[in-house]
Design a protein around this ligand. Structure first.
Ligand SMILES: Cc1cc2nc3c(=O)[nH]c(=O)nc-3n(C[C@H](O)[C@H](O)[C@H](O)COP(=O)(O)OP(=O)(O)OC[C@H]3O[C@@H](n4cnc5c(N)ncnc54)[C@H](O)[C@@H]3O)c2cc1C
Length: 285
């Protein structure tokens, strides 16, 4: 398939990219890794008049690890996989990046493109929700931050305005002893999550002093199952506690249905993946 014709500009600054978006938001598309956008153009599901390539904008690149962690929106999955410093600070990034598709996709696809695209089966949304990250958005009126849990509005829909660019992901360093896991049931063709679960637990003498969960793939948008998180607080991470939390989490899932997985099957997977993620964090076999 061949896309409809379009103009192409490789922006050299964030303000230039925002200005171009502002000129004609309905007919302009930002290009990051292109792994979703280019097939969309080829299938003519979108026909923008202008593509604005973000690839030369320095401030969208890179991983900074200090008192808090900042990941530029244009950071590729492969860079997140390769960063030893990030792996030390938050191993869940290495774990998750390693599960995304294949090396070709990981070498082009960006975390910002994935989040902005808000595919209901993408992996990063669950992770950044569980990490309670904030997303930095820049537009004509300046910058604002949106909590990850509020960023995903609906299927393929986010809090980004038509003239805004997602610039970075900010994550507070978790308290010492807080451990995270990401698990998913992979779609056999694409590798996307049929259901994916990011879980984090801090144990104090075997009792949960802090818990966090993010679920992707199950519903139109990634979400935190609040009832399950609230239930875990103050409990020993026993088999019974895990089972109850997993049921609560799956009850929260709206559950998508498609020709690969029914809503009931996804609900079941949400339960089993939450249980497995929490079990792996409990230190029990
Ligand atoms: C075969 C295949 C398998 C895949 N498997 C997986 C998988 O297992 N797990 C998974 O999570 N993902 C998977 N993906 C998705 C892939 O990893 C990318 O994350 C995804 O394609 C989007 O990132 P991108 O950088 O390619 O964005 P692009 O395709 O360039 O852009 C996607 C959308 O986001 C917008 N956008 C991009 N960057 C910004 C920004 N900074 N600010 C505002 N808007 C922006 C674009 O305008 C466009 O609308 C797969 C993709 C393919 C093709």
């Amino acid at each position: 398939m061949i896309p409809a014709s379009f103009d192409y500009i490789r922006a050299t600054s964030l303000s230039q990219a925002i200005g171009l978006l502002q000129d004609d938001p309905d007919n302009t598309k930002l290009l990051a890794g292109g792994h979703t956008l280019i097939p969309t153009l080829k299938l003519r599901l979108a026909s923008p008049a202008l593509l604005v390539d973000l690839g030369s904008i320095g401030e969208l690149q890179g991983i900074d690890i200090g008192d808090h962690i900042r990941i530029g929106a244009l950071t590729r999955h492969a860079e997140l996989l390769a960063s030893e410093k990030l792996r030390e600070a938050l191993p869940i990034f290495h774990q998750t990046a390693n599960m995304i598709a294949d090396p070709q996709v990981r070498n082009r696809g960006t975390i910002g493109g994935s989040l902005a695209n808000a595919d209901p089966s993408a992996d990063w949304p669950a992770v950044i929700i569980a990490l309670k990250a904030e997303l930095e958005l820049a537009g004509p009126n300046g910058r604002r931050r949106v909590a990850a849990k509020d960023f995903f509005v609906d299927i393929f829909t986010t809090a980004l305005q038509a003239d805004e660019v997602l610039t970075a992901i900010h994550i507070a360093r978790p308290k010492p002893g807080m451990n995270f896991r990401y698990r998913k049931i992979r779609h056999p063709a694409s590798g996307y999550a049929v259901v994916g679960v990011a879980a984090g637990v801090h144990l104090n003498g075997g009792v949960v002093s802090e818990a966090t969960l993010g679920i992707t793939g199950a519903s139109a948008k990634a979400f935190t199952p609040d009832a399950a998180v609230d239930f875990l607080s103050g409990k020993t991470l026993s088999i019974d506690t895990i089972e109850r939390a997993a049921i609560l989490a799956s009850e929260h899932a709206g559950c998508l249905s498609d020709h690969y997985a029914s809503a009931d099957y996804r609900k079941h997977l949400a339960k089993t993946e939450v249980a497995r993620a929490l079990t792996s964090l409990s230190g029990k076999p």
